[in-house]
Design a protein around this ligand. Structure first.
Ligand code: 13P
Length: 247
């Protein structure tokens, strides 16, 4: 199965960031062809422009979140159909930064919301990347598998199994901490037991050039969802190349 190396730029990225993508595209062109699919999810404001600008490259683009409805009176929201219209191939749904409570007046998403969004992405003809992952307290309590099992049961689409799952332990995101390789292997095998054999299961949480190879070598790790290290072409390229060695 081809690895998917996906960059989640979160709330980073302006028109000028195209230069990082141009550097990445040039490096990918110069190197031996990689077996990995490469995706960047920039802020929604850049999806259409980057898709058009890099249409001749092997880099695909995606959204970071979407509304479940195709259109409507939802100020500030973006539908999966709009991402399709902008040229996106994937949309991330259920990231822990969206599942988290944003505070008074903010939205936080539950499993049912994530499932509706994932089904909306499929309806629009795109592929959802559905994020799951336990908190630090849940892992310390020995409940990681149970928590992720419940998230999968509640968030995976019922209409199709053409999706990608990203396991992102919340405590590993942006912290430089990662689970042990054995813990990643255990969780990915657990997720695999709940899904079809050819569903790609990505690992996310402090993936860097220095640890990408060993993480991507684990059975049932079929790619990575990369935050901070996806913003710099040199770092992301090294992770892409580590994914290219994965069969
Ligand atoms: P970091 O790679 O910055 O830890 O972020 C991971 C993440 O949240 C990707 O969606």
């Amino acid at each position: 199965m081809r690895a998917l190396i996906a960059g989640n730029w979160k709330m980073h990225g302006l028109a000028a960031s195209a230069s990082e993508i141009a550097t990445l595209a040039a490096k990918m062109k110069d190197a031996a062809p990689t077996d990995a699919d490469v995706l960047i999810c920039p802020p929604a404001t850049r999806v259409a422009a980057f898709t058009a600008k890099f249409s001749g490259s092997a880099i695909q683009f995606g959204g970071q979140d979407c509304h479940a409805d195709p259109s409507g009176a939802h100020t500030g929201d973006i539908s999966a159909e709009m991402f399709a219209d902008a040229g996106a191939a994937f949309v991330i749904v259920g990231h822990s930064e969206r599942r988290a409570n944003f505070g008074e007046g903010g939205h936080n998403e539950g499993d049912a919301d994530v499932r509706r969004k994932a089904e909306a992405v499929l309806r629009a003809g795109l592929t959802p990347i559905i994020c799951v992952g336990e908190s630090e307290a849940q892992r310390k309590a020995g409940a990681a598998l149970e928590v992720v099992g419940a998230q999968l049961a509640g968030s995976l689409p019922e209409t199709s199994d053409d999706f990608v799952i990203a396991y992102e332990p919340v405590w590993a995101i942006g912290t430089g901490l990662t689970p042990t390789l054995a813990d990643i292997a255990e969780m990915h095998a657990f997720i695999r037991s709940k899904t079809r054999i050819d569903v790609r299961i990505l690992y996310g949480g402090s993936v860097k050039p220095g640890n990408a190879q060993e993480i991507l070598a684990i059975d049932d790790v079929n790619g990575a969802l990369v935050g901070g290290a996806s913003l710099k072409a040199d770092d992301f390229y090294q992770i892409v190349m580590a994914g290219g060695g994965k069969q």
